[in-house]
Design a protein around this ligand. Structure first.
Ligand code: FAD
Ligand code: NAD
Length: 392
C-alpha cells in the first residue's frame, strides 16, 4: 500500500486529513502540536477575547478512524530524492507527500524587525503578545513611564486591522484593571501604502478607519517602518517612535522548508503547482494552502484560509486518485469574499459580492467559524465549540 504523508495540520492539511479519514484511506499526519488551531481567529487570542486554547481543536477529535495515524513532531527538511521527511524526533518515508506546512512572517530584511517585534503566528505567539502587553501595563504602574503604554502595529493589511480591533476592545478593560487613564494609552498603526485595508472598497475602508480612530487608534499611512531596535521603531523620514510593544503584521511568506527542498518557488517562497495541486518539480508531492503557488486564470491565488480549506479535500482526492489509478480533478478557487472583524461585534467586508458592515459583518464572521468547524468534524465539532461560546 502506498504511504501518504501529510505535513502540517493547518487549514489545508487538516481538511485533507479529515477527508482521508472519512474515506478510511490510510495516511500519516505530522504536526508540531497535538491540536489544530484557527489561525483566522488568532488576533482574538492575542487581544484576549477568549483564552488561547479556545482557538484550538485536538487533532484526535477530528481523526477518528484506525486508518489515520498522527505523529506530533517538528518537520526539519524534506529529502525528495530518498522520499524521506526528517523531523526533530524521527524520520518518515513516503510514497506521496502532501506538503501543507503553512506560512511564516515576512520581515523583508528590515533590520531588527525579527529580533525586536512580536508576531501573530500561532497560539504561543498570541499568548506572548497578551502577556507582554499586560506586563507593560504592570510596569507603567510601577514607574509611570508612558512608553510602556505605547503599542505600535506595523502593517494595515487584514491581520493588522483585525488585531487593532481586538486591542482597542481589550485596552479599556486593562486600564480599569490597573487603574490607568485610557487617554495615556497610545495605539499606532503604521502602514507603508497610501491606504489601510487595500482588499476592500474605499467606503468600507472608511468604515474601518472611522471605527478604529473613534476607539482611539492612530492610523498612519504612507509611512514605512525601516528599522527596529529594542523598544524603538525607525520610520522613513528619520522619525523614531518609542514603544513598549511592537507588533509586526507586515506580511507572510511560505514555510522556508519548501525553498530548502529545492522546489520552484515564487518571491514569497511558495512552491509552484499544476492545476491538480501537484508540484511541477515532483509528481509525488502535492502542495496546498499558503505553501502553494497556485493560479486561477493566470493570477496567483492569494494565501488565505478560504483557499486552503478548498484545497484540502482536493489534495485528498488527487493523492488517492494517483494511488488508485483514477483521474485527478483540477483545482478551482471559489472566492466567497473577505471579512475583517473590527473587534468582537463589528466587521466590514464583502460576502458573495455583497458589501457588509457593522454588526452584520461581525455576525457573518462568526458564521464562517461555525461553517468551517462543520466542514472539519460535522455537527459534533460545531456544536461543541458553540457550547464553549455560550457556556452550555
Ligand atoms: P497554516 O494554517 O499556517 O497551518 C500550517 C500548520 O503546519 C500549522 O498547524 C503549524 O503548526 C504546522 N507547522 C508549521 N511548521 C511546521 C513544522 N516545521 N513541523 C510540523 N508542523 C509545522 N484567511 C481567510 O481566508 N480568512 C480569514 O478570516 C483569515 N484571517 C486571518 C487572521 C489572522 C490573524 C491571520 C494571521 C491570517 C488569517 N487568514 C485568513 C490567513 C490564513 O490564516 C492562512 O492563509 C491559513 O492559515 C493558511 O493555511 P495553511 O493550511 O496553508 O497553513
Ligand atoms: P498583507 O501582506 O496582506 O498586509 C501587510 C501590510 O503591511 C501591507 O498593507 C503592507 O503594505 C504593509 N507593510 C509591509 N511592509 C511595511 C513596512 N516596512 N512599513 C509599514 N507597512 C508595511 O499581510 P497580512 O495582513 O498578514 O495578510 C496575510 C494573508 O492572510 C493575506 O492573504 C490576507 O488576505 C490573509 N488574511 C485574511 C484575513 C481575512 O480574510 N479576514 C485576515 C488576516 C489575513
Amino acid at each position: 500500500m502506498a504511504k501518504i504523508l501529510i505535513l502540517g495540520a493547518g487549514y489545508s492539511g487538516m481538511t485533507a486529513a479529515a477527508a482521508l479519514d472519512r474515506n478510511s484511506e490510510p495516511f500519516t499526519l505530522i504536526n508540531n502540536n497535538a491540536y489544530h488551531y484557527f489561525t483566522t481567529l488568532l488576533h482574538e487570542a492575542a487581544g484576549g477575547r477568549r483564552p488561547p486554547m479556545y482557538y484550538t481543536v485536538p487533532i484526535a477529535d477530528v481523526l477518528r478512524k484506525p486508518t489515520s495515524t498522527f505523529v506530533q513532531d517538528e518537520v526539519v527538511s524534506i529529502d525528495r530524492e530518498k522520499k524521506i521527511v526528517h523531523c526533530k524526533g524521527s524520520d518518515h518515508s513516503y510514497d506521496y507527500l502532501v506538503c501543507t506546512i503553512g506560512w511564516v512572517p515576512e520581515y523583508f530584511g528590515i533590520p531588527g524587525m525579527q529580533e525586536h517585534s512580536l508576531v501573530i503566528r500561532n497560539v504561543d505567539t498570541c499568548i506572548e503578545i497578551r502577556q507582554h502587553i499586560e506586563q507593560q501595563f504592570q510596569q507603567y504602574v510601577q514607574d509611570h513611564d508612558v512608553r510602556h503604554l505605547r503599542i505600535v502595529v506595523g502593517g494595515a493589511g487584514l491581520t493588522g486591522i483585525e488585531l487593532l480591533g481586538e486591542l482597542l476592545d481589550w485596552i479599556p478593560k486593562l486600564c480599569l484593571q490597573y487603574g490607568i487613564d485610557r487617554s495615556l494609552v497610545d495605539v499606532q498603526n503604521i502602514e507603508a501604502m497610501p491606504t489601510i485595508l487595500p482588499q476592500v472598497s474605499e467606503d468600507l475602508r472608511a468604515v474601518a478607519y472611522n471605527r478604529l480612530t473613534e476607539l482611539g487608534a492612530k492610523l498612519r499611512t504612507n509611512t514605512k517602518l525601516v528599522r527596529v531596535e529594542a523598544g524603538v521603531v525607525h520610520l522613513d523620514g528619520d522619525e523614531q517612535v518609542e514603544a513598549g510593544t511592537i507588533i509586526w503584521t507586515g506580511g507572510v511568506r511560505a514555510n522556508p522548508i519548501l525553498t530548502e527542498a529545492g522546489f520552484t518557488v515564487d518571491r514569497r517562497g511558495r512552491a509552484k503547482v499544476n492545476e491538480f495541486l501537484q508540484s511541477v518539480d515532483d509528481d509525488h508531492v502535492f502542495i496546498g494552502g499558503d505553501c502553494a503557488w497556485a493560479e486561477e486564470d493566470g493570477k496567483p491565488i492569494p494565501p488565505t484560509a478560504q483557499a486552503a480549506t478548498q484545497m484540502g479535500p482536493l489534495l485528498a482526492h488527487n493523492v488517492t486518485s494517483v494511488i488508485h489509478g483514477q483521474r485527478m480533478k483540477p483545482f478551482h478557487f471559489h472566492n466567497l469574499g473577505t471579512l475583517a472583524s473590527l473587534g468582537p461585534d463589528v466587521g466590514v467586508g464583502v460576502m458573495m459580492n455583497v458589501p457588509v458592515k457593522g454588526v452584520v459583518g461581525g455576525l457573518a464572521k462568526e458564521g464562517s467559524k461555525l461553517k468551517y468547524l462543520y466542514q472539519l468534524g460535522g455537527l459534533r465539532l460545531a456544536v461543541d465549540k458553540l457550547a464553549d461560546v455560550v457556556d452550555i
